[in-house]
Structure formats: structure tokens, C-alpha cells
Ligand binder design. Structure first.
Ligand SMILES: *Cc1c(COP(=O)(O)O)cnc(C)c1O
Length: 232
């Protein structure tokens, strides 16, 4: 089995090739290594290989790992945060990718305000309308965004999407293109910059980059396959 360092080198190379093919600067694509279900020792191995940003999708799994991994990593929350976990999560994660309801956004704003911080978030959008029950409907997100932009301790930095599972990575392209077009439209309509597009996982990050991803969330291709059912 390849080491984490070897896997990382391969993923970084693929990111560079995909960026080059899209005529993009590779510096415009950040790799979040998704360490869910993997131990802190795997995180430390990746850190030693120069990886700094890590993604977790469950608060109760992430907090001990964050403590154990120590200084160095920047943590991203990529899952669906339950509102009752917000108080434990604010301050621990640099960016919340999967914000998919207004109640969660309001809770993040409220707790961040109490803590004297700003919660940085991406709104998850269900672009394809299939494959997942999560995410705002594309038609509804402009109205939601208008409200969130009024929240003083919340900063919406962009959008996130997952493509429905498919054997063919190219089938993700229209989903990712749709997310980029939606971002452009929302930025035009609201004046918010929305620079970040979090789209692409192990199976489709090259397609994400081709369509403008600024962040790809890659787990299995970095840390190896997970046991089935873990971490969602
Ligand atoms: C698990 C997960 C990933 C990483 O998936 P891989 O297929 O292992 O790369 C990315 N994004 C989210 C939201 C996830 O839950």
C-alpha cells in the first residue's frame, strides 16, 4: 500500500495537471485532506509531508483528533453540523463547508458573536436535485443569502456541492458548472464576493478543478479507502 506521503504527492500532481489543463494557476486550488475515520497519526503523517488543511465531518470524532494532532493543521468542517453541536465546533474549524439551513447559519452567527469571532461558511447547494437530501435548492439560495449577509458574525465565502455518485466522473461536470454559474449569479445579484467553490472529492476532483473549484475535499485518494459507511 502506498504511504500517505506518496498518495499526497500523486494527488498534488493530479491537481497541478488538472489546473494546467484548465489554464488555471495551481495556487488557486486548495487541497483539504479528508481525514474522517482515520487516526491522528495519519494526520501527522500528512502534516510531515507538507499537508496543512484537513477535513472532518463529525464533531465528536474530530475534537479528540484535533487535540491529539496538536498545532499545525487547519481544520475544515465538511459535514452536516447539527445545531446542537455548534457551540463545540465554533473556533475549532477554519471553515464550515456544509451549511445547508438557515437555523444552522443563525446558530453559527450567534455563537461566533458570543465568542468574539466570525464563523466563515460555505453554503451547500443541491445543484442536481438528486442523490442527496442535503443542500439549499438553487432557486431558494438567493433569498437565504440576502438574510445571511446581514448576520454580523457570519461570513459567507462561497458555495459547496457534491455530485451524485456515479461510475463516470465526467457526469459531475454539469453539477460543478452549475454551482459556478450559480455563484456568479449570486455574486452579481448581492454584491458579495463569494470567492470559494468547494467541489470535487477523490472520484471527481479533476472535474471540479476544470469547472473552477478553489477547494477540493479529498479523502480516500490521500488516506486510503475507508471502511464502508464511515463518516458521512
Ligand atoms: C467523505 C467526504 C469527502 C471525501 O470523500 P473521498 O471520496 O474519500 O475523497 C469529501 N466531501 C465530503 C462532504 C465528505 O463527506
Amino acid at each position: 500500500m502506498a504511504s500517505v506521503a506518496e498518495n499526497l504527492a500523486r494527488v498534488r500532481e493530479r491537481i497541478a495537471v488538472a489546473a494546467g489543463r484548465a489554464g488555471r494557476d495551481v495556487g488557486g486550488v486548495r487541497l483539504v485532506a479528508v481525514s474522517k475515520t482515520h487516526p491522528a497519526s495519519a494526520v501527522r503523517e500528512a502534516l510531515a509531508a507538507g499537508q496543512r488543511e484537513f477535513g472532518e465531518s463529525r464533531v465528536q470524532e474530530a475534537l479528540p483528533k484535533i487535540a491529539e494532532a496538536g498545532d499545525g493543521p487547519e481544520w475544515h468542517f465538511i459535514g452536516h453540523l447539527q445545531t446542537n453541536k455548534v457551540r463545540k465546533a465554533v473556533g475549532r474549524f477554519a471553515l464550515f463547508h456544509g451549511v445547508d439551513n438557515e437555523g444552522l447559519a443563525a446558530a453559527l452567527n450567534r455563537v461566533a458573536g458570543e465568542f468574539g469571532m466570525v464563523a466563515r461558511v460555505l453554503l451547500e447547494v443541491n445543484v442536481s436535485g438528486e442523490g442527496t437530501k442535503f443542500g439549499f435548492a438553487p432557486e431558494g439560495v438567493e433569498g437565504v443569502l440576502e438574510g445571511l449577509l446581514q448576520m454580523p458574525f457570519l461570513r459567507v465565502e462561497g458555495l459547496m456541492a457534491m455530485a451524485p455518485y456515479s461510475e463516470d466522473p465526467e457526469s459531475a461536470r454539469p453539477v460543478f458548472a452549475g454551482l459556478r454559474e450559480l455563484r456568479d449569479r449570486l455574486a452579481g445579484a448581492t454584491g458579495a464576493a463569494l470567492p470559494e467553490l468547494s467541489m470535487g472529492m477523490s472520484g471527481d476532483f479533476e472535474q471540479g478543478i476544470a469547472e473552477g473549484a478553489t477547494i477540493v475535499r479529498v479523502g480516500a485518494a490521500v488516506f486510503g479507502e475507508r471502511a464502508r459507511g464511515g463518516g458521512e
